[in-house]
Design a protein around this ligand. Structure first.
Ligand code: 6R9
Length: 657
């Protein structure tokens, strides 16, 4: 973000008080901040009591071997029991857990907690039958259908960590995740619906399985397949198993067992600063406590009356924490939608809110900006008056989008909670509380009770109000990542080495404190981009480009984009033998990236250039490329090994070749 944008942002002075009725009946009130600060462990013990444990912990936190934390030491519980069975046992079996809405209109299904219990039990029985035991990894590559949630919970029920791979990722991306966590079974579907048309998933699983076997000798033993679209699929009887012939026929009773609080719950891969994605490990007791507490506190959830909807895909952490684990642990009723916001019509989301009387809505700034562009007539055509709390996540929300969200979607009544957190933090860290905090468009405000954060200089000094620096979390928290799967060293290096002396967690984000001490998260300070709220690594896309036979070298930057926050811009040098690459080279390379990583990584723009700007030590100066991509005057070039390179690049671009 440029300094100018930043100072404009900080001039934002609109303020919105919490609605009186919400404040009067708020789940969490002002006193919680002081209470949590005076005895953090007592506060977190109180939050863990939201869950049912078969054995209580002996110790809230063991931080004797930092950065390896243990929370609720000695405690035992089952995450799926907490998300499903206990609500049935408490007499709420007939309550709807999930209003599932398929993309094809009228393809919908409401599932009660009792039905969910039966289905999760069936899936747990089938997974066991397929040879999955506690500790085995199960990969999930599915569209947004109830079976995806059922599978995650079935894994949790039998203690098999799941790793959900976003259905939009390529077979290559899937293969590398399968081998990294050595997945024994993959659960998938024949396909899913995307913008009115069935898209295939099973072929990518077949390819990924073959690639995993070729490259790493890793064998995926079984593939469990949901029939969603009915499209033709290749079938291997030795490996493939239909869901409707196994799970749907399995017994609806399953005896769960309790696992240690630190038993691995799941691995979620996320982009890092190198090409290799990091498998973020979350464990059971602390993670579930963090999700349940924050979902209750930040959205002011009233499980008896609220209808909650989070539009994330379960392939991202937001779907894990705020579709599956948080809302279900809290016994909420929620909407789960399969498709895209504009299918079959632009107002589909608003129609769904109206139809189900959604009261709490959680989405991403990139979606809000695209609705702003379409105009307010579309949401205005629907009755959205049931909404009472709106949430935002994934990237900084610009004040205009915040105000539009509040006014147009929320009818000017609803607080907007801008929630900052990460795959690694597991649950929300910084956010307003809707009944306590006044809204300030663009600011995530302050850490929620129980969480300690600061903005610090390179040297670790807390910055004064009005200044910027690096965002750190200064105390451990229950839903923190425990390590990077199979790579403790990378875990330490990435998050804990920069402020090793202080023992702080380095988030990789820049932030600023305003004059009131409220926080404004500005975005990544490393080589990670944020495109439509999705994290992408520049290095990963660069490696994909360089894997194309015509490309000699590539540099990728995230350039500001009015719709997607950032957009992928690539600069490539072609190999000599490729000549000028031909007219279609740019399209060919964009498609190549899509094939290697997935459609979200497809560059908005690729510029073929004769050279890349490098320092004397050979580091690509992405800062300068960002200047070009964002049409700015190119900045200081004095550290370049060859200062004429930028002229070459700029000249090439203006000549249009
Ligand atoms: C939950 C999620 C994490 C990165 C994070 C930051 C950005 C997320 C934000 C935000 C500003 C917010 N981010 N929420 N930036 N304001 N409210 O998105 O996890 O996919 O791991 O991304 O997203 O840069 O570091 P993840």
């Amino acid at each position: 973000m440029s300094d100018e944008t930043l100072s404009n942002l900080l001039k934002e002075d609109r303020r919105f008080e919490p609605p009186a009725d919400l404040a009067a009946d708020a789940n969490l009130t002002e006193e919680a901040y002081a209470r949590a600060a005076s005895d953090r462990e007592a506060f977190w013990a109180e939050q863990a009591e939201r869950l049912d444990w078969t054995q209580t912990w002996d110790r809230v936190l063991d931080w004797t071997d930092p950065p390896f934390a243990k929370w609720y030491v000695g405690g035992r519980l089952n995450a799926a029991y907490n998300c499903v069975d206990r609500h049935v046992e408490a007499g709420r079996g007939d309550k709807v857990a999930i209003h599932w809405v398929g993309e094809p209109v009228d393809d919908k299904r409401s599932i009660t907690y009792a039905e969910l219990q039966a289905e999760v039990s069936q899936a747990a029985n089938t997974l066991t039958e397929l040879g999955v035991g506690a500790g085995d990894r199960v990969a999930i590559y599915m569209p947004m259908i109830p079976e995806a949630v059922v599978t995650m919970l079935a894994c949790a029920r039998i203690g098999a960590p799941h790793t959900v791979v976003f259905g939009g990722f390529s077979s290559d991306a899937l293969a590398s995740r399968l081998t990294d966590c050595q997945a024994k079974v993959v659960v998938t579907a024949d396909g899913g619906y995307r913008r009115g048309a069935p898209s295939a998933l099973k072929p990518a699983v077949d390819e990924a399985r073959a690639k995993a076997a070729d490259r790493d000798g890793h064998t995926v033993e079984k593939v469990l397949v949901v029939r969603r679209t009915g499209q033709e699929v290749e079938w291997d009887d030795a490996v493939d198993v239909w869901w409707h012939e196994s799970v749907a026929q399995a017994p609806t009773e399953h005896q769960w067992e309790a696992f240690d609080s630190e038993h691995p719950l799941y691995v979620m891969y996320t982009s890092g600063t190198t090409g290799k994605p990091k498998g973020i490990l979350h464990t059971t007791g602390g993670y579930l406590t963090g999700c349940a507490y924050t979902h209750w506190a930040v959205f002011d959830l009233k499980p008896e009356t609220d209808v909650y909807w989070c539009t994330a895909d379960i392939g991202w952490v937001t779907g894990h924490s705020y579709i599956v684990y948080g809302p279900l642990a809290n016994g909420a009723t929620q909407v789960l939608y399969e498709g895209t916001p504009d299918s079959p019509e632009k107002g589909r989301w608003w129609q769904i809110i109206e139809e189900y009387g959604v009261t709490i809505f959680y989405t991403a700034p990139t979606a809000i900006r695209s609705f702003m562009k379409q105009g307010r007539e579309i949401p205005d055509a629907r009755d959205l008056s049931t909404l009472r709390v709106l949430g935002s996540v994934g990237e900084p929300i610009n004040p205009e989008a915040y105000v539009w969200y509040r006014e147009v979607v929320g009818g000017g009544r609803t607080p907007v909670v801008d929630t900052w957190w990460q795959t690694e933090t597991g649950s929300i860290m910084i956010s307003p509380l809707p009944g306590v905090t006044h809204g300030k468009p663009g600011s995530a405000m302050i850490p929620i009770p129980g969480i300690s954060a600061d903005v610090v200089t390179e040297e670790g000094q807390s910055v004064p109000n009005g200044s910027g620096g690096y965002l750190v979390l200064t105390e451990p928290w229950p839903s923190m990542l425990r390590t990077i799967w199979g790579d403790d060293q990378r875990f330490k290096d990435t998050y804990w080495s920069r402020y090793a002396q202080q023992g702080w967690y380095f988030a990789g984000d820049g932030a600023k404190k305003d004059d009131d001490g409220d926080l404004w998260v500005l975005g990544r300070v490393d080589d990670v981009m944020n495109v439509s709220g999705h994290r992408l690594s520049t290095t990963e896309i660069e490696s994909a480009l360089v894997s194309h036979p015509k490309v000699a070298e590539a540099a990728v930057v995230g350039a500001q984009d009015p719709d997607t926050g950032q957009a992928v811009c690539a600069f490539v040098i072609l190999r000599d033998e490729a000549g000028d690459g031909g007219d279609d080279i740019v399209e060919e390379l964009r498609n190549h990236v899509r094939k290697e990583i997935g459609a979200i990584a497809k560059p908005r723009q690729i510029m073929v250039v004769p050279e890349l700007p490098k320092t004397r030590s050979g580091k690509i100066m992405r800062r300068l490329l960002r200047d070009v991509a964002e049409h700015r005057e190119v900045g200081d070039v004095t550290t370049l090994a060859d200062s004429t390179v930028m002229d070459l690049i700029s000249g090439k671009l203006t000549s249009g070749k």
